[in-house]
Design a protein around this ligand. Structure first.
Ligand code: IVH
Length: 691
């Protein structure tokens, strides 16, 4: 390759330089959590590299950062046998069992005196095995049954904290790295919120979500889900060792080397000389783990010395030199008093167990989801059953199993209703879906849900219109669709209970004011499946009006960057449904913006008050959800990132803010409450120093 640009560098040199710069920046961001490059600069360099690679496909290398975006969906994964099986770990519940394990291995190695053990956090994710040949990532396998896994190499490449190339000039010919792929809690929340909006079944916990994501056939979806990875095992096959390589002889050194190779290794680890040291580590993390941005369910203790590990070897299932010291599960038994069913905005019917209240992970729990009819059948739920409930991560509690021995003799099994509890229409359950649905568009539950969604802060932002009023309005027949909101008058509202003239006026004004909301928010507010805030903004940018969107061919909707076939299909069908189009026309007649306005066309400085500012969100905010706060900031031109650095402009902190708050305080980054954020959104220059 000898073509050169105006600065005299060959294209090849430029490509190499760009790749190196991007790789360094990405490592600093994803592995070290210490960003060194502005996102905008990264994006610009990335596009330059992409352009050069498009023009010179022969220069694309497997370790190029552009290779992380995912590929066309695969039809299936290939099963591959692991060269060395992935063993699982023996569990110890509590320190007594840990000491018993120590006695056991010492009986097998009676001559060993003091033995260092490495205590690591047990990450609650999904184990993977990665193979590097001559420093390049060539294969990623799931654990599978421990003997055979599935080839998920394409998906693995999308995980930004996994190096595509080892950071060493002299890599061993073959290296196998094992570790845990996991979803950070914030990402888990984001995905579930998105799934809820898309009417898809929610992931029960981050572990299932990580495992499910790794086995996604469409690696573009995986790329979008921001999995992360902690490496904890390094295997350099003996047959490929070279005399010039100094190989680690202990777990502690291996972790260090993994880190040098460019992997993210969990920093919360300790060399322990005695069982008391292990106990102290285990105790300290039993509470501290709740401040981590990912889930841990215990501590893994490994004898440090590889020679001792070899001496002890493996049982059928476990290494004798390691043990998982688990934290007690956050599960408690209680009794089901009743089972109710809820109908959501999308018509999805969710069975909910009404429970005798119990304390669980620090809160009182009196209801738990039973998910869907498949789950009900699996659990075999009867009225009056004693069940075990669990709270995993930050999701609503769920029923994990029934203690059938405690079932009263005359207990009746619960069956999903055949008719909607709200409108009495027949419920529908497609064979290939777990969800049972009410498909009556005028079902009061669906209408209520649609109205509440329409009024949401990140949709039409109608102050005061929440579930309390919406319930009354629907019940009294004042509104039966979002368009009816615009027909409400003070006179119509006044007869309602606890309504005064002032309040009625305020509500009517707030509803009228929402007519000014931009087309992108309207599009989101319509509640079309798969159209969340981000997709709505993308579509509104691309299609200047509802007519343009309706006239668009499905191919042109799909051709929009980041809009996949499922989204396109859903939008296309929604707009072709006559009832939906009727609603659109009514809204338009009411004066709701169904086209791009001036403000959206010429992103005026006023519309982008947060331009160039970076925000980090932490803790629970009093009224806004994470995604709502994020949408508000992004709409004002700001960026939301997940980790605090010197480049962070503001930290928005709610209750139970953890390590991010500490880090921000250390770096002197201004703090905002939700109220402060709201104020800034209204008058961006009035509150630069925090609230
Ligand atoms: S070592 C032979 N270290 O826990 C050694 N495993 O219950 C096996 N896990 O399958 C694994 N964090 O998926 C190890 N720091 C850690 C771990 C860890 C999480 C998982 C791993 C394993 C399971 C066993």
């Amino acid at each position: 390759m000898s073509s050169s640009d105006t600065r005299g560098k060959t294209v090849e040199q430029q490509v190499r330089q760009l790749r190196e710069q991007l790789q360094k920046a990405s490592y600093a961001y994803y592995v070290l959590d210490q960003p060194v490059m502005e996102d905008e600069v990264y994006d610009r360099l990335y596009r330059q590299l992409q352009d050069l690679e498009t023009a010179h496909p022969e220069l694309v290398t497997p370790d190029s950062p552009t290779q992380r975006v995912g590929e066309q969906p695969a039809s299936q994964f290939n099963s591959v046998r692991h060269n060395i099986p992935l063993y699982s770990l023996e569990n110890a519940f509590g320190l007594e069992e840990y000491r018993a394990w120590e006695e056991k291995w010492r009986r097998l190695a009676p001559d060993v005196g003091e033995a260092i053990a490495v205590a690591e956090l047990k990450i609650d994710g999904s184990a993977m095995a990665l193979t590097y040949e001559n420093g390049l990532l060539v294969q990623g396998l799931t654990r599978g049954d421990g003997t055979t896994g599935e080839d998920i190499t394409q998906n693995v490449k999308t995980i930004r904290s996994i190096p595509l190339k080892l950071q060493t000039d002299n890599p061993p010919p073959v290296v196998e790295v094992r570790g845990e792929a996991f979803l950070p809690l914030s990402e888990f929340d984001r995905i579930n919120q998105q799934r809820e909006a898309n009417r898809e079944a929610l992931f029960a916990n981050p572990r299932n979500a990580a495992a499910g994501t790794l086995r996604q056939l469409d690696s573009r979806i995986v790329a979008d889900r921001r999995l992360d990875f902690f490496a904890y095992t390094l295997i350099i096959p003996e047959t490929t060792q070279r005399p010039d390589l100094v190989l680690p002889s202990s777990q502690w050194d291996a972790l260090r080397l993994l880190q040098d190779f460019g992997f993210k290794v969990n920093p919360n680890r300790q060399r322990c000389q005695t069982a008391d040291n292990v106990a102290a580590f285990y105790e300290a993390w039993s509470t501290e783990r709740h401040n981590l941005p990912y889930l841990t369910d215990g501590v893994v203790v490994k004898l440090d010395d590889f020679a001792l590990q070899r001496q002890l070897g493996f049982t059928q299932k476990f290494p004798r030199w390691a043990i998982a010291l688990k934290y007690p599960a956050e599960e408690v038994p209680t009794q089901i008093r009743d089972v109710t069913v809820q109908v959501g905005r999308t018509g999805a019917v969710t069975p909910v167990a009404e429970l005798n209240p119990v304390q669980l992970a620090g809160t009182t729990v009196s209801r738990a989801t039973l998910h869907n009819s498949d789950r009900i059948a699996e659990l075999d739920i009867h009225f009056g059953d004693t069940v075990v409930v669990r709270k995993a991560g930050e999701i609503i509690p769920e029923v994990v199993r029934v203690l059938a021995d405690l079932r009263p003799d005359d207990a009746r099994p619960f069956q999903m209703p055949t008719h909607c509890p709200e409108c009495d229409e027949v419920l529908v359950k497609p064979d290939d879906e777990a969800v049972t649905r009410c498909i009556n568009a005028s079902c009061p539950a669906i209408v209520r849900g649609a109205l509440i969604h329409w009024a949401r802060r990140d949709a039409m932002d109608i102050n005061g219109v929440g579930s309390k009023w919406v319930e009354q309005w629907v019940e009294q027949g004042l509104v039966s669709s979002v368009a009816d909101l615009y027909d409400l008058t003070v006179e119509k509202l006044l007869p309602l209970e606890r309504m005064g003239e002032q309040l009625a006026k305020k509500l009517v004004e707030a509803i009228a004011a929402s007519k000014q909301q931009p087309w992108s928010r309207v599009l989101y507010g319509l509640g079309i499946r798969h159209v969340g805030t981000v997709n709505a903004r993308t579509l509104a940018q691309e299609f200047p009006s509802v007519e343009a969107l309706r006239e668009a061919k499905i191919e042109s909707i799909e051709a929009v960057y980041s809009i996949g076939p499922e989204i396109a299909q859903s939008v296309y069908e929604w707009l072709r449904n006559s009832a939906n189009w009727h609603l659109v026309e009514k809204l338009k007649a009411a004066g709701v913006q169904m086209e791009r306005g001036q403000a959206e066309l010429s992103q005026s400085p006023l519309a982008q008050p947060f331009e160039g500012k970076t925000f980090v969100l932490t803790g629970t905010l009093p009224t806004l959800s994470r995604s709502e706060a994020k949408a508000l900031i992004e709409e004002a031109g700001g960026k939301v990132t997940s980790s605090v650095s010197a480049k962070t402009s503001f930290l928005v902190a709610g209750t139970e803010a953890g390590s991010k708050l500490q880090k921000a305080e250390k770096l002197g980054i201004p703090k905002l409450s939700e109220e402060g954020l709201q104020k800034m959104l209204k008058a961006p220059d009035s509150n630069e120093s925090g609230a």
